[in-house]
Write a protein that binds this ligand. Structure first.
Ligand code: ZN
Ligand code: ZN
Length: 139
């Protein structure tokens, strides 16, 4: 991932590009799946960013539409950041019923935008959640 591109994304939202903001965004873009605040905190432990700061950064990123909140079974709020345009609009989430890992399934493999609608209707956004068991839990 191009770090300069991420810096630009943050600045283009009118936010100051601090090392902390960059670390949070870089983590989200790198994992490329929805993650919980706890997971972000856990993974950025070495950088010694305090939790309150992370919560605040996530809130400001959502507000600026830099990242997307994903509601997971109405239990945890997860966050994801996709830089590709196609991912931002239509893609599905696979949730493992056992370990609760959530993965993104990209638009091009699913062709969500070809879902037939009644005549005259216009598709704006699809939120699709698929549940099953991941390979780690099948073992
Ligand atoms: Zn699993
Ligand atoms: Zn996703």
């Amino acid at each position: 991932m191009n770090v300069d591109l991420l810096k630009d994304k943050i600045r283009n939202c009118g936010l100051k590009c601090t090392a902390t903001r960059l670390a949070v965004l870089e983590y989200l873009v790198t994992v490329h799946r929805p993650v919980s605040t706890q997971e972000i905190i856990q993974n950025l432990k070495e950088t010694a960013i305090n939790e309150v700061t992370i919560y605040r950064i996530l809130e400001s990123f959502v507000e600026k539409k830099l990242i997307t909140p994903v509601d997971h079974w109405n239990r945890h709020r997860l966050y994801e950041a996709h830089m590709e345009k196609s991912c931002q609009v239509n893609h599905a989430h696979f949730s493992c019923q056992q370990c609760e890992t959530v993965l993104c399934i990209e638009e091009n493999t699913l062709q969500i935008s070809t879902i037939p609608l009644p005549p005259g209707f216009q598709l704006k956004q699809v939120r699709l959640q698929i549940e099953g068991i991941c390979p780690n839990c099948i073992k």
